[in-house]
Design a protein around this ligand. Structure first.
Ligand code: PMP
Length: 324
């Protein structure tokens, strides 16, 4: 049966497909939620819609107002899609180094993009966003890194979709952490369903989420885009108590996997999905051998966006030529 027509593009956010990974162990299926099926082609459409609708409901902003967000890209696109349909203006403060495709898409959706120097990092972008908000009336900075609505969006939408599709038979949730909104929303829902559900946070080698679990992480640069942190104190949504383990994946393994996923399984996904897939398969292998005990023999992960967004960075070139 076909779905009736949607009134506008915002109604098409969410209800993305959940697909079995071919490379998973036979007795422990791994399922990936394909978030590039959203209208802005990433997981961040969910928080764009959810945060703006909630802030309008609560009167934090009114129609005609301006949303200002420091963002590396996908969140800007998600917010821009929602802002356009909800009669809000959008301004994004983006450090220069992030992918040009994302900045072009934000502008195409009617948003204004302001660049800050790469050397000032996300911190510089956050500061500039707040300065702009102070100058502009009826403006709001959702601030995905500290806004509980980010986690809530996944608790209310991503998690129930997964549990509905699998009729509750979820043994482990494994997902990449940028803001950690995705994983924390899934983890909270999972632990309420069954407190023994395994929760794995995925980050690139060189990122410092592992230090929150008492593991000596060596800080370094990484090419995997969208996940990881150099300063866990700024990732206010991440709750170490909700996480069993932080799983580190090297750039090389993430890159090999994203290429394998395209070649063997038909997934056009980017590096954070490559890392998530590697980590989810490792967890499934440990469940299979009995090393990890979980309530159901299954692992769920999230593929946050599409590789098309990173073609200018040579995502499908050789590892050494990939400009992450
Ligand atoms: N992958 C990509 C490509 C992303 O843009 C993001 C968001 N930064 C993530 C993964 C991680 O999602 P979250 O912020 O919910 O942890």
């Amino acid at each position: 049966m076909s779905a009736p027509p949607a009134a506008n593009v915002l109604e098409t956010v969410g209800r993305t497909p959940l697909v079995s990974l071919g490379a998973a162990p036979e007795s422990v299926p791994v399922y990936a939620k394909l978030e590039s099926f959203n209208p802005g082609a990433s997981v961040k459409d969910r928080i764009g819609k959810y945060m703006l609708e909630a802030m309008l409901d609560r009167g934090a902003i009114s129609p005609g107002g301006t949303v200002i967000e420091p963002t590396a890209g996908n969140t800007g696109i998600g917010i821009a899609v929602a802002a356009g349909q909800l009669d809000l203006d959008a301004v994004f403060v983006v450090p220069e180094r992030f992918s040009v495709e994302k900045q072009q898409l934000m502008a195409a959706l009617g948003a204004e993009v302001i660049n800050t120097p790469t050397s000032e990092g996300m911190g510089g972008a956050i500061e500039r966003a707040h300065e702009l908000a102070d100058e502009l009336e009826d403006s709001v900075v959702p601030q995905q890194f500290s806004n509980p609505l980010n986690t809530e969006a996944h608790y209310e939408t991503t998690a129930p979709e997964i549990y509905g599709a699998l009729e509750g038979a979820v043994g482990a949730v494994v997902a990449g952490c940028g803001t950690a909104g995705t994983l924390m929303g899934l983890a909270r829902y999972a632990r309420e369903r069954d407190s023994d559900t395994y929760v794995g946070a995925v980050e690139p080698e060189g990122s410092l989420y592992a230090t929150t679990k008492g593991i000596d992480g060596e800080e370094g640069e990484y090419k995997t885009e969208g996940i990881g942190t150099h300063d866990p104190a700024t990732n206010e949504l991440f709750e170490p108590d909700l996480v069993d383990e932080v799983l580190q994946v090297s750039d090389r393994d993430a890159h090999d996997e994203l290429k394998r996923l395209a070649r063997e399984e038909g997934h056009l996904v980017a590096s954070s999905a490559g890392a998530a897939s590697v980590a989810a398969r490792r967890v499934a292998a440990r469940i299979e051998t009995g090393e990890l005990e979980v309530p159901y023999d299954s692992v769920v992960t999230v593929f946050p966006d599409s590789s098309e967004r990173y073609l200018s960075k040579g995502i499908y070139r050789e590892f050494e030529e990939w400009d992450g």
